[in-house]
Design a protein around this ligand. Structure first.
Ligand SMILES: NC(=O)C1=CN([C@@H]2O[C@H](COP(=O)(O)OP(=O)(O)OC[C@H]3O[C@@H](n4cnc5c(N)ncnc54)[C@H](O)[C@@H]3O)[C@@H](O)[C@H]2O)C=CC1
Ligand code: BAL
Ligand code: NA
Length: 503
């Protein structure tokens, strides 16, 4: 087994710029999914702590050191955070792998993305200063008008475990760039690196209360944010059932939400591809990277019948070549599933598929050489029909299901045959066909001749049951802004709607 010299820090809740013990003093064990061992614990916040954090956030907004900052001043904090993340990159990446089971290569890439995302929103924060006040010309002499972009207020950011620090950053960086005060609630399954973000904020001198980090159980530590009268918005990434609960609670207060809820994304492969192996590798990466625990995983392979057999043969060879091991081992390409609960869920999806009549072409079990840890082999399932659970439901594990098609019409129908709409991929060298599919796919993200590359300049989010609103890019910043119109009457003349009593 790969050994790590990195110790697990023992932290409290990060509230008002300092570490605070939760009011109820409870803690939650941290489990390393590759050993199934308890390696530390995190504080478990309750509604009492949420109230304290919300108050700290409100005070930060009311104080000049945060509430009156310019975008350029906030950019300095964001850049300092990015620099600290890079300084601690190797340690943070190891912590991410120990907590979530991510391969060390993927954890290190996440830390680079985290730093780059803070840098990107630092740029946008600076650019916001010139857009803060935009005059609007009405072609009327009697009015002067303008539009202000202001921080929306106190925002609740509820994030998942599949990219723990990166998904938090997709929300924290733009929220701080906008000038909001935020309360981050990471997933109880992987919170270590998000707590370290608290230490980084303390070290760079981020004004107290601008970012508060509460770890704990979802229904106890996160639900109170959705129903809190002084939380102005919720931005959430996670499951559909939890997204529904958050939206229901927020609706009672007409609180805006953005929801990123995962999917069952298709990858459509045509027989005109130039290079089979290149397409095979994208199909593999699209479903097995991060052990398939990716909201945008292209977990439905829809392949043209004429090349299906050859494609599957190559896919099998590539799949057998994937190194499954402790995520800290060199060249590991598939680590464990994040938790025992998720592991059991993935295995159940596979056994249900078998019981419904599908064929497990490869995998489906714990790898023989790994006796401990929540490992599942990369799994390829064929003989799938569209009424099966494995075709319809998000597995969130390394499980690819395969269907074939003959015509373009059939391919698009299969691709869109899902309640979700996050991402869709097409592999074809026919440029016009790719354009037709770009238009026909019902999703927020389109990949052409690839699957999964993600850039923080581009909007991220879906439609249908995958949710609404966008993270990343300028769209990821806009949602944390209040758009305020200001209309000033500048004429010396009376308005003269009513008859004046003095005439
Ligand atoms: N869209 C995505 O990126 C993700 C999708 N998922 C999907 O969700 C499934 C279950 O994973 P979970 O960890 O159980 O996801 P989840 O949706 O329950 O957890 C995500 C976050 O929501 C919080 N949460 C839980 N209950 C809450 C409530 N009542 N109110 C407010 N926040 C609450 C959790 O503490 C966590 O921080 C996965 O198998 C996968 O299908 C999971 C993680 C990420
Ligand atoms: N590339 C990843 C984003 C997600 O799974 O949410
Ligand atoms: Na963990």
């Amino acid at each position: 087994m790969a050994m790590s010299n990195v110790g697990i820090p023992s932290r409290q809740l990060y509230i008002d710029g300092e570490w605070r013990e939760p009011v109820k003093k409870n803690r939650i064990p941290i489990i390393n999914p590759s050993t199934e061992e308890i390696i530390g614990d995190i504080p478990a916040a309750t509604s009492e702590d949420v109230d304290i954090a919300v108050e700290a956030a409100r005070k930060a907004l009311a104080r000049d050191d945060w509430g009156s900052t310019t975008g350029a001043q906030r950019a300095k904090y964001l850049r300092a955070i990015a620099a600290k993340v890079l300084e601690r990159k190797s340690e943070l990446a190891t912590l991410e792998s120990l907590d979530s089971g991510k391969t060390s290569f993927e954890s290190a890439a996440d830390m680079d993305d985290v730093a780059a995302c803070f840098e990107y929103y630092a740029d946008l924060a600076e650019a916001l200063d010139s857009k803060r006040k935009t005059p609007v010309n009405l072609h009327l002499d009697s009015f002067k008008t303008y539009v202000l972009r202001e921080p929306l207020g106190v925002v609740g950011l509820i994030t998942p475990w599949n990219y723990p620090l990166l998904m938090a950053t997709w929300k924290v960086a733009p929220a701080l760039a906008a000038g909001c005060a935020a309360i981050l609630k990471p997933s109880e399954l992987a919170s270590i690196t998000c707590l370290e973000l608290g230490e980084i904020c303390r070290e760079v001198g981020l004004p107290p209360g601008a970012l508060n980090i509460l770890t704990g159980w979802g229904p106890v530590a996160a639900a109170p944010l959705s129903s809190h009268p002084h939380v102005d918005k919720i931005s959430f990434t996670g499951s559909v059932p939890t997204g529904t609960k958050i939206m229901t609670a927020a609706a009672q207060l007409v609180k805006p939400v953005t929801l990123e809820l995962g999917g069952k994304s298709p990858i459509v492969v045509f027989d005109d591809i130039d290079n089979l192996d290149i397409a095979v590798e994208w199909a593999l990466f699209g479903c097995f990277s991060n052990a398939g625990q990716v909201c945008s995983a292209t977990s439905r392979l829809i392949i043209q019948e004429s090349i299906a057999s050859e494609f599957l043969d190559r896919l099998l060879l590539w799949t057998k070549n994937i190194k499954i091991s402790d995520p800290l081992e060199e060249d590991c390409k598939l680590g464990p599933i994040v938790s025992s609960g998720q592991y059991e869920k993935v295995l159940k999806f596979i056994s249900n598929a078998k019981n419904e009549g599908a064929t497990i072409l490869y995998g489906g079990e714990r790898p023989e050489h790994l006796k401990k840890g929540y490992y599942v082999q990369p799994t390829i399932i064929t003989d799938v029909n569209t009424s099966m659970e494995i075709w319809k439901e998000e597995v969130f594990g390394p499980v690819l299901c395969v269907k074939t098609f003959k015509t373009e019409e059939e391919a698009i129908e299969l691709a869109n045959d899902t309640k979700y709409g996050l991402a869709s991929a097409i592999m074809s060298k026919d440029v016009e066909r790719c354009e037709r599919f770009t238009k026909a796919f019902h999703s927020g993200i389109i990949w052409i001749n690839c699957s999964q590359p993600t850039f923080h300049q581009l909007p991220w989010g879906g439609k249908k049951r995958s949710g609404f609103g966008r993270d990343l890019g300028e769209w990821g910043l806009e949602k944390y802004l209040n758009i305020k119109q200001v209309t000033e009457y500048t004429s010396d003349d009376a308005w003269a709607f009513y008859k004046s009593p003095s005439n």
